[in-house]
Design a protein around this ligand. Structure first.
Ligand code: ADP
Length: 306
């Protein structure tokens, strides 16, 4: 069963504290993490591509090699002279993580700079995924270029998937943040929000309230993630279903819980599984991922049978 998924956004260099004051280098970013997990669990014949922009420097070369090594396609990654990838550092103090970012001039901010290229990439794909972070890093006119392309895709019947992934730090204006996230949802056929964030920033009083708000924005398919409380699905006019979280023996690092859920959920839907079955599978993947350090957990560390 051939098919293709495109994830659009920013992958960054990650520097993490290691033994003896050393720094360990990795690569991560919500939309890339989602692509990674989609690739891990994609049905045979499916390809997963990543669309972003990087520079022409050594750091960018290394990032591309890393992405290729994961099996995620790089054909839609633009190279921009004079720009570099964004970078972030994870600090660990008394078991608490905090983050510093250097991303204000990252190459990825220019990912929608060539509308023809964007259209050509999106047109070829069966499923397109983007997030609120993708929208946050783009200048307003670039975000509108991307959204108008996604609206065209939605109108043509393509599956367009949006995770609002609300990060107030990336937006300097809360009302523009909300308006742009709503525009993101209107461009999508499916949203994968996290209830905590939605309640905080949109004032939803319940998971049902989040679902109704997105339905009012014209989104057909909704999966609201709610950490250990599981996921609630509303697909089209179907029955509203609650899928419990899978048990976790020891939570080591919750980074990428939502992203691993998204990627594996979309992979299972692509394989033709029913939403409830796809969500139960994705809950098992997310539960396994948070039992390990880091955003991108190797397949062999995930005890997930197909
Ligand atoms: P995000 O990382 O986007 O905030 P959530 O915290 O809602 O997303 O987590 C996404 C998914 O990961 C949940 O729907 C659930 O399946 C799984 N998950 C998250 N936290 C836990 C937990 N403590 N126990 C079991 N599963 C969890």
């Amino acid at each position: 069963m051939a098919g293709s998924m495109l994830s659009i956004g920013e992958c960054m260099v990650e520097l993490m504290q290691a033994e003896g004051g050393m720094l360990r280098k990795g690569y991560a970013g919500d939309t890339f993490n989602t692509a990674y997990y989609a690739r891990l669990f994609a049905p045979a014949g499916w390809t997963v591509e990543y669309l972003t922009a990087v520079g022409t420097d050594v750091v960018s070369d290394e990032m591309l090699s890393f992405i290729e090594g994961t099996g995620v396609g790089t054909a839609h990654i633009a190279r921009i002279e004079g720009r570099m990838p964004g970078l972030y550092m994870i600090h660990l103090k008394d078991g608490e993580r905090s983050f510093s970012y250097w991303r204000s001039t990252s190459a990825a901010k220019l990912l929608a700079g060539d509308p023809d290229r964007l259209r050509a990439a999106i047109e070829k794909m069966d499923v397109v995924f983007f997030s609120g972070i993708t929208l946050a890093i783009l200048a307003p006119d670039a975000a509108e270029t991307l959204l108008s392309e996604l609206r065209r895709s939605k109108a043509s019947g393509k599956r367009v998937v949006f995770d609002p992934n609300i990060r107030p730090r990336l937006w300097n204006d809360a009302s523009r943040m909300r308006a742009t996230l709503e525009a993101g949802a209107r461009s999508a056929t499916m949203v994968l929000p996290s209830y905590d964030d939605e309640a905080t920033h949109f004032g939803d009083a319940s998971v049902g309230g989040t679902i109704e708000r997105y339905r009012d924005l014209g989104v057909a398919d909704i999966a609201v993630k709610d950490g250990a409380n599981g996921v609630t699905l509303q697909f089209g006019e179907g029955e509203r279903l609650h899928i419990p979280a899978a048990p976790v023996s020891r939570i080591v690092d919750t980074t990428s819980a939502g992203d691993s859920f998204n990627g594996s959920f979309l992979a299972r839907l692509a394989a033709g599984h029913r939403p409830a079955d796809a969500a139960a599978f994705a809950a098992r993947v997310a539960a396994a991922v948070i039992g390990h350090h880091g955003a991108l957990v190797a397949r062999e560390k995930l005890p997930i049978s197909e």
